[in-house]
Design a protein around this ligand. Structure first.
Ligand code: X5A
Ligand code: ZN
Length: 557
């Protein structure tokens, strides 16, 4: 089950034919640069490449009025002056004689992607398209968007594939008001958008972009808006928004398909967004979405105007769709106070509609952290004012150093390995899983194992040898992840030895997630290198910052 990449060169044909500083950023190079970078990194070749088709007029009619479609069809025959006059009737739009063709290809690409995923030909994919779609409305072009690619794809998935619940995640930095209008009273499509808002002072300046716009009638609660009221939002803010708003609601909604309005003007360096999230963040966001809908994620390009940042972010997303591990997010991962306020306001507005957001009292995790003083210095807040020229120059230097040294993360040759003791070998395993042979524990390991009575038996010691072999292959980069089976009586002891071995073999930080009651090895040092998280553990008392127990009432011990 692979990843589809849908594209057609003809979508580079449309371009601005007159002077318009607002529209000039939506240029053909957006596609060519991103595609070149995918080729350079060998990512295009790893995808199932599909040539985009044109959407039919019936397909456009799933969202748009016949009169509007006819009007756009008519632009093919117009001269430059007439195109400019017509463009002026919409907000931030330009038409070109090729616009109708390009825009039909953009919709067609989104439909092909949905068809490929829902037919089971691929697990997920990306449609690299322009013009973008999420601002476009039933009878209006808006914000560089002509036809609403993602909204049409959602309607198509319902009509042609019988889907009942579709999640649209719009991580473009602008509010996709077009999508919101089309589905605002429809509970079968959950629309999530975060966007630069600045209390209504940012384009498209709409009251209905705020957190209290939650949908209408039967669609109440199925529009989720997260307005950013300051620029400079970064990785920590985006991850917090996913963890504390989108994912709880999305799990509760339980979508059959995830469509992503994948705009990358929310990434660092973009002139529209003025945000700080690095390209790697989009690998993590993509991974988080793949836990939904059986991994059926269809991404469709929206905005993204800094060519280098756009290209790297697209690569990160494709890598994550392909299943590669995501590069670590660097930096302190402390959300901004303003981001936490926005997140809390959405949780309050949506609380009546989603059980997963209902909680008594204050949410401690969402109160501004003492580590992030309000108004912490952010040079990106200061653009455009002469006294901050110096800061802006530093930004450019910092940005290019960030984008110049992409943190390449080599993909381990083996995705998943299993270490099985002989009696487990009969387990049915997917064919792409490597079965590790392992070896008898070495002398050094025997020393780790010695204090454990449970490991005295041969069977337990052999299993331990396999676990440690697997751990070594993971730490030396040969294997991405793995599963090991040990005899139940030896589980705690095996874990203890594995943690100690991991830490002594160069792991800097090790998370141990224990599900069910399992005692933390008693004499592990609490030095911050090992975080022990026990879901279904015994006591709720805060044992230490690195020893967290989450008892679940009603769960059998
Ligand atoms: C798709 C997209 C932005 C329009 C901005 C107009 N549109 N100022 O990013
Ligand atoms: Zn945008």
């Amino acid at each position: 089950m692979g990843t589809a990449l849908v594209y057609h060169e003809d979508m580079t044909a449309a371009r601005l034919l007159w002077d318009d500083p607002e529209c000039e950023i939506e240029c053909p190079e957006r596609l060519t640069t991103a595609l070149e970078r995918l080729q350079q990194r060998g990512l295009e070749q790893r995808c199932l490449q599909l040539a985009a088709r044109e959407a039919s007029e019936a397909e456009l009619g799933l969202v748009h009025s016949p009169e509007y479609v006819a009007l756009v069809r008519g632009t093919q025959a117009l001269g430059t002056g007439e195109l400019q006059t017509l463009s002026g009737q919409y907000d931030a739009v330009y038409f070109h004689p090729s616009t109708f063709h390009c825009a039909r290809l953009a919709v067609g690409a989104a439909l092909q992607l949905v068809d490929a995923v829902l037919a089971g030909a691929v697990r997920n994919g990306l449609a690299l398209v322009r013009p973008p779609g999420h601002h476009s409305q039933r009878a209006a072009a808006n914000g560089f968007c002509v036809f609403n690619n993602v909204a049409i794809a959602a309607k198509h998935a319902q009509r042609q594939h019988g889907l009942h619940r579709i999640l649209i995640v719009d991580w473009d930095v602008h509010h996709g008001q077009g999508i919101q209008y089309i589905f605002e009273d429809d509970p079968s499509v959950l629309y999530f958008s975060w966007h630069r808002y600045e209390h209504g002072r940012f384009w498209p300046y709409l009251r209905e972009s705020d957190a209290d716009a939650v949908g209408q009638g039967p669609g109440l609660g199925f529009t989720v808006n997260l307005p950013w009221n300051q620029v400079g939002m970064g990785n920590a803010d985006y991850v917090a928004a996913f963890l504390h708003v989108l994912l709880p609601v999305a799990f509760e909604f339980n979508p059959e398909l995830v469509l992503v309005s994948a705009g990358f003007d929310s990434a660092i360096g973009d002139p529209e967004g003025q945000m700080q999230a690095t390209p790697e963040c989009f690998a993590h966001l993509t991974q988080l979405l793949q836990v939904l809908a059986g991994g059926r994620v269809c991404a469709v390009l929206e905005g993204g105007y800094h060519l280098e940042s756009l290209s790297q972010s697209v690569c990160m997303m494709v890598q994550a769709l392909l299943g590669d591990p995501a590069p670590p997010l660097l930096g302190p991962m402390v959300p901004h106070g303003s981001a936490l306020e926005s997140i809390q306001s959405v949780r309050v507005a949506q609380g009546p509609h989603w059980m997963s957001l209902q909680q008594q009292g204050v949410a401690p995790v969402l109160s501004p952290s003492p580590h992030s003083p309000e108004g912490r210095p952010s040079s990106l807040l200061l653009t455009g004012r002469p006294e901050f020229k110096a800061a802006a120059t530093q930004d450019v230097a910092a940005l290019s150093s960030l984008l110049d040294q992409p943190r390449l993360n080599p993909t381990p040759p083996v995705r998943t390995a299993v270490a099985l003791a002989a009696p487990d070998a009969a387990l049915a395993l997917p064919s792409d899983v490597l079965c590790e042979e392992g070896s008898a524990p070495q002398e050094e390991t025997q020393a780790w194992a010695r204090p454990h009575e449970a490991l005295a038996q041969d069977r337990a010691l052999t299993a331990l040898g396999k676990v440690l072999y697997l751990l070594d292959r993971i730490l030396d980069g040969q294997v991405s992840s793995g599963i090991a089976v040990t005899p139940a009586c030896a589980a705690a002891a095996t874990l203890d030895v594995a943690i100690r071995c991991g830490l002594s073999h160069g792991a800097q930080r090790l998370l141990c997630l224990a599900v069910g009651q399992l005692d933390r090895p008693p004499d592990l040092t609490d030095d911050g290198r090992n975080l022990w998280l026990n879901i279904g553990g015994k006591e709720a008392a805060a044992l230490s910052m690195f020893h967290v127990s989450v008892p679940l009432p009603g769960l059998p011990a």
